[in-house]
Design a protein around this ligand. Sequence first.
Ligand SMILES: Nc1nc2c(c(=O)[nH]1)N[C@H]1C(S)=C(S)[C@@H](COP(=O)(O)OP(=O)(O)OC[C@H]3O[C@@H](n4cnc5c(=O)[nH]c(N)nc54)[C@H](O)[C@@H]3O)O[C@H]1N2
Ligand SMILES: Nc1nc2c(c(=O)[nH]1)N[C@H]1C(S)=C(S)[C@@H](COP(=O)(O)OP(=O)(O)OC[C@H]3O[C@@H](n4cnc5c(=O)[nH]c(N)nc54)[C@H](O)[C@@H]3O)O[C@H]1N2
Ligand code: SF4
Ligand SMILES: [Mo]
Length: 745
Amino acid sequence: MTSRREFIKITALGVGAIAAGTGMYKAGRFFALPDKPGKVDPDLTRTPTYCEVCFWKCAGWVYKNPEGRIWKITGNEEDQHCNGRFCPRGTGGVGMYYDGDRLKNPLIRVEERGKQVFREASWDEALEHVAGKMKNIASKYGPESIALFTHGSGSANFTTLVKAFGSGNIAEPSYAQCRGPRDEAFFATFGEEVYSPEVTDIRDTKCLVLIGSHIGENMHNGQIQEMSDAIDKGTTIITVDPRFSTAAGKSKYWLPIKPSTDLALLLSWTHEIIYNEYYDRKYVEKYCTGFDKLKEHVKDFTPEWAYGITTLKPDLIRKTAREMANASPAVLVHPGRHVTWYGDDTQRIRAIAILNALLGSWGRRGGFYRPAKFSLAQPDIPKFSEPARLAQDLFPGKYPVASSAVSNALIDATIPENNPGYPIKGWIVNATNLLSTIPNIPNTLKAIQNLDLLVAVDTMPMEITGWADVVLPECTYLERYDALRVAPHRKPAIALRMPAAEPMNNSKPGYWITRELSKKLGLASYFPFEKQEDLLDWQLKKAGTSLEEMKKSGVKTFEREQDDLYFAEDENVVFPTDSGKIELYSGYFEQLGFDPLPKYYPHEEPPEGFYRLIYGRAPMHTFGRTTNNPNLADLMDENCVWVNPKVANEWGLKTDQLVWLKNQDDAVTDFPVKVRVTERIRWDSVYIVHGFGHTGKQLSRAYGKGASDTRLITRVLVDPVMGGTGMRGNFVTFLTREPGKEVAS
Ligand SMILES: Nc1nc2c(c(=O)[nH]1)N[C@H]1C(S)=C(S)[C@@H](COP(=O)(O)OP(=O)(O)OC[C@H]3O[C@@H](n4cnc5c(=O)[nH]c(N)nc54)[C@H](O)[C@@H]3O)O[C@H]1N2
Ligand SMILES: Nc1nc2c(c(=O)[nH]1)N[C@H]1C(S)=C(S)[C@@H](COP(=O)(O)OP(=O)(O)OC[C@H]3O[C@@H](n4cnc5c(=O)[nH]c(N)nc54)[C@H](O)[C@@H]3O)O[C@H]1N2
Ligand code: SF4
Ligand SMILES: [Mo]
């Protein structure tokens, strides 16, 4: 997908100085380097920001030329997330600001939903309309009947507003469509999650095991840089992926696993590590409970057993288990991030957590470090009253481990025939394109038809805005202040985002939107500062700095209070679990009726003539949010479907030939997609990059380009533990003629 030529093109994006690197991941191949002191064009002025093109939130500098044009964005050298280097998407963030297709004015629907007939409105009228509808819904059904779907840094403001209104139905797709199973599995095992950025000590690891995580295409900045250094140091990398990913190309071992069978591999590795006494005995005895039960549980899960399921040779399973043992405790079985695959995801990640515990990597150098956390002072606002009905009351007893509202459950609850505990009648959708993000599009559309109010807050005319009753144009991250970035890392740190330019057209910052709406709802006391920057200055002064100082530095890094990045030798660690120990055996899961130790259950296989649909990321795009970005669309303007040569032969398919994909439920891609014939994918699967195949006609660059994986994900394998939507249980076949134009043969 990403040829050498394309990588060279990517580097051309970084207008700043570019150094030749050696490794695949080195700066200059993938990354724009920061400006060397003295090399900055003296005519350029700079303001700090942190990037919103993805959730790694790298801190950087936005440069403007004397004419006031935003010229380029580079990384802030003080920032632990990026070490001064931005990835191609971050560099290309300028395109978000200049995109001519941006939303310009508030819009109110004038015809029935889905018809996309809107009229422009003033902010006052649009917000008055929203407030009126919200109050109506609250008086008829209760304030909990309003749900918020939100993603990204604007979430804090919208969350405050919706909580103040009296609803706890606040969901982020980064939970049930992304990392929720991982967080719950690590929480059940260690009493703690792995956070974002993940506390993976890749920098110092001797053995990195990637299960699906396709770092290198998944461009999470700091992780890639650390992986690049690890490669240079000769770290052993083991990649488990049905596809020969970029990471697989950098690995000592590639395990081309049959998709959906990872849990069998993990149990077999656990068997090898226990029965060969490879595990860290001292660590396990001191810190873990349930070892004997685990040992008994994995007794029969030999590599030969796993071979029959995963198609991976027993010798390869043995060798890789030994590699992990040799590196222990500086070994890292990466917990992954987008892990909602097959519906048994919490259990699969439990198996990963258990393996890390056996190898003694949690809290150890080269495994997982202990994050430094930082708290900002919060203004004195009225206490939120406890909502009368909670997210859990929508479907009592379902998803008992979910620690936050489940987006898909909120959508399901909007459909009355699902008999939810109470109705959901209004959605506020901020910075998430639900029609590309939540699987089973027909279900989402059905839910939308039952709403009294759908408000979409976005920067672009994405598909969700077409279904809204009111569209509110937010300005981009380059035109606003936002909450200070506080994220766990090796050292405590804060980063500032401030506007580099005035909001374009009639767009407004999220803080302004929520504060104005709060006034119309009688909730202004929850937004005591008139402007976001006043709040920031107040918080920064409490943290021993100020807005003025932060405008100059962008980032402020503090020292850790204690030297506790890793457990000390023989430290008496009390883990925040029920038992105070690492729970290999989960009594909590047992109580709830879930397997206390992960078990492998087989998944459905593709029927004859169908292939499993798998998907992932491309280095120059973030989901569907960048596919219309002029800078990034230039680098990759469509996706293609990866097909194994054996399959291509059977079907007579050639590279660049256009096909339509049809799934087991007869869902067909809206547009044709090019075939890429490649040995890099197993014969039983096909692969596409997520985020393409936009159907929104106002997206002049992205409309009609490539295929949407979401369109083909109609079967959803819901994780009973926490409600995550497993999306890899769909099978597709090829249509070589346009649907509806098939010629009978
Ligand atoms: N460039 C870029 N980077 C991004 C993002 C982006 O949009 N663009 N998004 C960010 C976000 S929010 C997230 S959550 C992460 C997601 O990134 P990851 O957590 O790395 O995502 P995954 O879905 O786990 O990884 C996709 C890989 O899984 C493989 N795979 C498919 N099925 C199976 C299977 O059954 N078993 C195994 N072992 N592998 C399988 C695919 O072939 C593919 O290589 O990326 C982040 N980084
Ligand atoms: N089929 C399929 N579904 C997936 C995934 C997949 O790989 N395949 N990945 C899953 C994962 S890992 C995740 S994390 C989620 C991500 O889900 P989302 O975050 O919903 O992903 P995007 O499609 O990028 O939608 C972001 C929306 O925010 C808008 N936006 C961008 N910047 C701003 C801003 O500053 N303000 C406002 N108000 N709006 C803004 C964009 O225009 C876009 O409409 O998707 C999940 N769903
Ligand atoms: S990894 Fe790239 S896109 Fe994500 S925040 Fe950093 S620079 Fe921006
Ligand atoms: Mo994600």
